[in-house]
Every structure is written in structure tokens, then in C-alpha cells.
Design a protein around this ligand. Sequence first.
Ligand code: SAM
Length: 289
Amino acid sequence: MENLSNIGTIKEILSKHGFTFSKALGQNFLVNPSVCPRMAEMCGADKNTGVIEIGPGIGVLTNELAKTAKKVVAIELDKRLLPVLNETLSDHINVKVINGDIMKINLHKVIENELPNMKVVVCANLPYYITSPVIMRLLEENLPVTALTVMVQKEAGQRICANVGTRLGGALTVAVNYYSKPKLLFNVSAGSFMPAPKVDSCVIRLDITNEPTVNVKSSKMFFKVVKGAFYQRRKTLSNSLSSALEYNKKTINSILDKLSIPQNARAEQLKMEEFKKLADEIYFLEKGN
Ligand code: SAM
């Protein structure tokens, strides 16, 4: 169905199906007609590509993706939207809607069954209440996916795309940079949604690298150290790490000295390579060599 981002069309469809928005499910639907074609174009989908969409809503982005991609698999949690999607996506034979929770569904199986032998990308206007867990799940699961193009709250997008080692960076910035090269694509105003959220949004793309961007001894230890370093981000690295990892400060300080990292440095000042060295040192310490 065309004109799916037109407010009049949306209201008509929603009232026909007796649909009311769920705040708890992060239901803010796009009503700005320029956003979805841009996302569909910039997510890297083409006629050889399969796209996984998270939370199709009434199908406004799905509709654009179906025009560009070989196939779209849209995973929607809210059962009430299934009859709506059935109607709005009836023009497209290359769309499969799955009723499921993106945090629970087996994505390896979905890709294997629905998008075999295709390059796969993810494209979504994410439900904001689970932005970080969804992004981390998609990155950590080692899926055969080349890029994630997602709409997130503007502040979250700026943090994710900040340079590691700068004030805006946090544990999520480091984690995302471990698996991918993030890029902020464009901003989207709060007025582009119905109902309008309190904050603006932005679209970011994470190009997933074939190998992690730093070569660590143990990725588990790397993430433990990153989390520990940002555990009390206003405190010094030495304080934050010793309380989070339960080491005495003397041990942490001697590792910092060995790596020429000032004892009063803060987590936000460290680069990827320094997190790697720190994680490897603590890994060796725990291994006993
Ligand atoms: N794509 C639509 C658009 O751009 O207008 C809707 C986006 S809306 C921000 C988020 C969508 O995600 C809603 O349709 C909501 O029901 C769905 N959703 C929320 N939690 C979900 C989950 N755990 N798994 C899958 N879909 C979810």
C-alpha cells in the first residue's frame, strides 16, 4: 500500500482495525515520507539482499524495503499489528512477517530458513526501550549480517558513534566499535513520528567487520574490563576497575603503570588498543602467568 507515511492514511487504517498505541512497546510510527526511502537506500539493500526488519509497525519502512530488497523478514511482537500488516503489505510477495520478540527469536534459524544464500542486512526503526540490548544481541551473536541500519534516540546515536577515547563515549561505544564501524547517517525530528516522542532521533549504520577490530586474548575479559572501567565513569579508572573487578588498587595500578596509562585516567579517555592491552594483562593475571 502506498502513502503509508501519510497521517490521514495511518489514522484511517488504525481506526479501521481499532488499534491504539502501546507506549510500553515503544510504538511511535513514522509519518515523515522522506525518512523510509532514505533508510531503505542507505541500508545497503539491493535485489540480492535479504533484510531483517525489527518492529514493522504498520509497515511503512517494510514497504520501502520490499521495493529495494530481494526479501524482507519483519519481526513484530505486537499481535494486534498482524492483520494491519496483512493489509498494508498485500502488494508485496517478498515480505514475510513473523510474530515474535527480537530478544528471544532464533535469528540464525530465521536467516537460514528465510534468507538462504543472500547477503543479509538489518534495517529498523527500533523500539527505544530496548535499543542497547537489541544492538548488542545483533552484534554478539555472530550472525551472517553485514550491516545494521537503525533509527535510535539522537543522544544514543551520538554516543554510539562517538570516537572511543572522547567524553561522549561509553561502554556501548567501545562494544559497538569492537564489532563494527559505526556512522551517523542523518537526524530525524521528533515531529516525524506519531505520537511524537519527547526527543529527536537519528539513523546510524554499523558496518560489521569480518574480525573484531582489536585482537584480544579473551573477548569475555575484554567486555568485563570495559564494563568495569565505565562502572563508575566519573571516578578514576583505577578506582572503578578495582571495585568492579574486586582487585586491590595496588594490583590495578601496577598494570596501569606497566601500560603507561596514568593512574588517574578515566575510562572515557582510553582508546580501543588501551582497553585491549588492559584486558589482556588482567587475563594473564587471572591465568597466573
Ligand atoms: N517500523 C515502524 C515505523 O517506523 O513506523 C514502527 C516502529 S516503532 C518505533 C517500534 C515497533 O517495534 C513497534 O511496531 C513495536 O510493536 C515493535 N516492537 C516492540 N518491542 C518489540 C520486540 N521486543 N520485538 C519485536 N518488535 C517489537
